[in-house]
Design a protein around this ligand. Structure first.
Ligand SMILES: [Zn+2]
Length: 809
């Protein structure tokens, strides 16, 4: 082969679409370059074919194979041409195929190629679909479930090798394997959790510089998105939801422009809790992910339970989680239209006014006197009323002729249906309550069952996403839309997010609040969203956590410790560190003068340059943590300060040693340590501890260290009631804590945003000036932030989470 110039080679490679960086890389190997150039020339002219990235890469690999092959087996022109053609035609799709083709042809010394045999040996024409790969992978996982469940995600590399080599999958495209294995494993193992974290070597002591590796796993790892896989990934596309009247779809698509439209429809009768964060993320997030829109719709059809503070709180929480409603609407906005459709329902003979008592209605639905279901279902006498009479009666209801309970509008559904949602649901009832938005206008109010689907329809919702307890409602939802001839949105149901080890019920939390067990609805130990925010948990951490759980039709029951562990991981990557002494002992260094000062430069987060450094001034008097000193002499397990063991102070050049200890004669409590600064000798300490200079220390009035509010995993199951399960140490308040002066800088510069976190789809920008965003990590003690009650004069800190899992203590 005549060797071509770099210029000619560049031209040749770019003719099939290689880009400059790649060409440079190829050119590093002269021989391969020359062979590749030759192969390019064997291919049909580039004008008649478009090279895909895959094809280019296969050709490059073929050049590599030829280069590695023994010289006397060098490929003849005819064979090379054949392989190149098969690559360009898309018949050889994988490296394995190209390799087989190369092997086959080199073995066929000089003879004519038996094309059929060639194709057979190289798997040409064998199409293994993604579904076939998935089935085979699922089957393999099922067959080896026990081992896989034990090894969990550690089994991935081995699994990958085995699956790849299964004979049925020999010719499958390798790109399928990894995602399918991941998805199938997720189904059987659930998302990764602590069990899948490879434990770092247990450190005997905390080093001066802390963890050296800047772990940014939570934020930089290629994120999977809950919007493209699992339940949300399987949802229909806009326009694909079936209609009883297809002409309505045209109108719907015209209005939406083919974009996703969702809604988050809370009832404004309480504070949102952690479970709602999933509903918010599913609805707002799904729309946002697909460039659609999401309504915040207050489902205010029950005026008796609603209060203004709930409306405000719900708006605040949606905003806090980083979502912007396209429009804020109210079910009550549609009362007129709903009323009109109720009349339409009656006119279509699908609604009737019933005067039965609640008891009679139950009986008609087959609920026996002892409360058990399954009895005979029968229509009441009112069901057969003529349309005219129903209309008349309905208007009488509207006009205030009936007291609450004396008349209701019921849907005329199907009592034969096995679904209770089809047993003539109530559509309208009389309520003598003024409505916060419509005042005295209405005496009758529509029910959830009547309102929800119709308002979804009015708002042209494409995906009405709700939790699985509404599964049976889907039938009545669609039934009603069809009966009144309106666009039928698609209701789809996903599993709820539950946190165990706490309580979320409004009624139960109210008891805790009213009984003075907690500091209100936003007490940091509760799991209302207001509480979670106050505690300092970043909204981005919640979204990332929900994303890792994924969305399926199964409920996610998450232990509190697991939730906290996810928060901890998030904070580890995103918060600066400060020296903070929870329970201080004063240390006076006898060989330093009062005005001695030594500036120590300490990184805010060792290993992460973008966090920057700060200076802390070391001097004669400092505070150290009470637990960093032990009076016990000769304890091999204790690496910190003892009467016979010096200790290092973080980033201070020399160690200190104890000279004497002063105690409060009344209590025996240590009040002061007299120490010596070993600036005359070099001593290598076993470890380094935190310190805060007394001269510059910021006093913390209250440090509230929180732990779980309840002792058990299921407080509601406590035989004497959940109030008896309260953990007496769920809040411990320290009144003497001190913190290094740079806390001011942290507060001024919060929220502390790391570039990596910003890249995440689940990053939420937080507003400056809020108390809860002033987060920092205090070595050994945990993550902290300012409480909302904190002031400049009276600093109050909340512990967000401890540094380690409480279970692994
Ligand atoms: Zn009746």
């Amino acid at each position: 082969m005549v060797s071509a110039s770099v210029e000619e080679l560049t031209k040749s490679f770019s003719s099939i679409g290689f880009e400059e960086p790649k060409i440079k890389e190829i050119l590093k190997n002269q021989k391969v370059s020359s062979i590749l150039d030759h192969l390019v020339k064997l291919a049909p002219p580039s004008s008649s074919t478009t090279w895909t990235k895959q094809e280019r890469s296969l050709l490059h690999n073929l050049a590599g194979l030829i280069n590695k092959g023994s010289p006397n087996k060098s490929l003849n022109e005819q064979y090379s041409k054949l392989i190149v053609e098969y690559i360009v035609n898309g018949n050889l799709k994988t490296n394995l195929q190209v390799e087989s083709a190369y092997k086959y042809t080199t073995a066929t010394t000089g003879a004519a190629i038996d094309v059929k045999d060639f194709e057979k040996q190289t798997g040409v024409g064998i199409v293994i679909t993604e579904d076939q790969v998935r089935d085979r992978v699922a089957k393999y996982i099922q067959e080896n479930l026990e081992t896989i469940q034990t090894e969990r995600y550690k089994s991935v590399p081995g699994l990958f090798a085995i699956i790849k080599n299964l004979p049925e999958l020999k010719w499958a495209e390798p790109k399928y394997f990894k995602p399918i294995i991941d998805q199938e494993l997720l189904k059987v193992l659930g998302p990764k959790d602590e069990r899948d974290v490879i434990k770092k070597e247990k450190k005997k002591s905390s080093k001066a510089t802390g963890t050296k590796t800047a772990s940014t796993a939570t934020t930089t790892a290629k994120e999977r998105s809950m919007f493209t896989e699992g339940f949300l990934g399987d949802l229909h596309r806009v326009g694909e939801n079936p209609q009883a009247y297809p002409e309505l779809m045209k109108e719907h698509l015209k209005v939406t422009g083919g974009k996703v439209r969702t809604r988050f429809p809370p009832e404004p009768n309480g504070y949102l809790h952690i479970g709602h964060s999933k509903a918010i993320m599913v609805n707002f997030g799904f729309a946002k992910h697909w460039d659609g829109v999401c309504y915040l719709r207050f489902d205010d059809t029950n005026p008796e339970a609603e209060a203004p503070e709930y409306f405000e709180s719900i708006k605040r929480m949606v905003d806090w989680l980083g979502f912007k409603p396209w429009k804020v609407t109210y079910s009550s906005d549609y009362f007129d239209r709903l009323y009109e459709l109720a009349e339409v329902l009656i006119e279509n003979d699908k609604g009737y006014i019933c005067h039965c008592t609640a008891e009679e209605i139950k009986r008609g639905r087959g609920i026996r006197e002892d409360g058990t279901p399954g009895g005979e279902r029968r229509a009441c006498v009112h069901r057969a009323r003529p349309i005219k009479e129903n209309l008349l009666e309905f208007r009488k209801m509207r006009d205030g002729h009936y007291k609450p309970g004396a008349a209701i509008l019921r849907m005329k559904q199907n009592l034969e249906s096995p679904s209770p949602q089809m047993w003539d649901l109530i559509a309208y009832r009389v309520l003598n309550a003024p409505h916060p938005r419509t005042g005295d206008k209405w005496k009758i109010y529509p029910t959830y069952d009547f309102t929800h689907c119709l308002v979804d329809s009015f708002e042209n919702i494409t995906h009405s996403l709700c939790t699985t307890e509404f599964y049976l409602s889907r039938e009545s939802y669609e039934w009603l839309c069809d009966q009144v001839h309106v666009y039928r949105p698609a209701q789809r149901e996903y599993g709820r997010l539950n946190i165990t080890g706490t309580i979320l019920s409004k009624r139960k939390i109210a008891k805790l609040v009213n009984g003075g067990y907690v500091r209100g609805w936003n007490d940091p130990r509760l799991f209302t969203l207001e509480a979670i925010r106050r505690r300092g948990i970043p909204p981005g951490a919640i979204l990332s956590f929900i994303n890792t759980l994924g969305v399926t039709t199964n409920d996610s029951n998450i232990q509190l410790v697991r939730f906290e562990s996810a928060i901890r991981k998030y904070l580890e990557d995103t918060t600066p560190r400060l020296m903070f002494v929870l329970d201080p002992i004063e240390v006076v260094i006898d060989n330093l003068t009062e005005d001695y000062s030594e500036s120590c430069v300490i990184p805010y987060r060792p290993g992460s340059k973008e966090f920057g450094d700060r200076t802390v001034v070391f001097g004669k008097k400092i505070y150290i943590e009470r637990s960093d000193f032990s009076e016990k002499v000769g304890d091999k397990e204790f690496f910190r300060l003892t009467p016979d063991q010096p200790v290092g102070l973080i980033r201070v050049p020399h160690t200190i040693s104890v000279k004497s200890v002063q105690k409060d004669p009344a209590t025996g409590k240590i009040i002061r340590i007299i120490a010596h600064y070993n600036n005359d000798v070099k001593i290598k300490p076993k470890t380094f501890i935190q310190w805060v200079p007394e001269k510059y220390a910021l006093k913390v009035s209250e440090t509230r260290v929180y732990d779980q509010l309840f002792k058990s995993e299921n407080p509601a199951a406590h035989p004497e009631g959940y109030l008896n399960d309260i953990n007496p140490e769920s809040e411990i308040v320290y009144k003497n804590s001190v913190i290094e002066p740079n806390f001011k800088h942290v507060v001024e510069n919060s929220p502390w945003v790391v570039d990596d976190a910003k890249k995440s789809e689940f990053y939420v920008a937080e507003k400056k000036g809020c108390k809860e965003i002033c987060r920092f990590q205090a070595m050994r003690v945990g993550y902290f932030t300012l409480d909302i009650e904190s002031t400049d004069e009276k600093v109050i800190l909340n512990r967000i989470v401890s540094l380690k899992d409480s279970v692994s203590k």
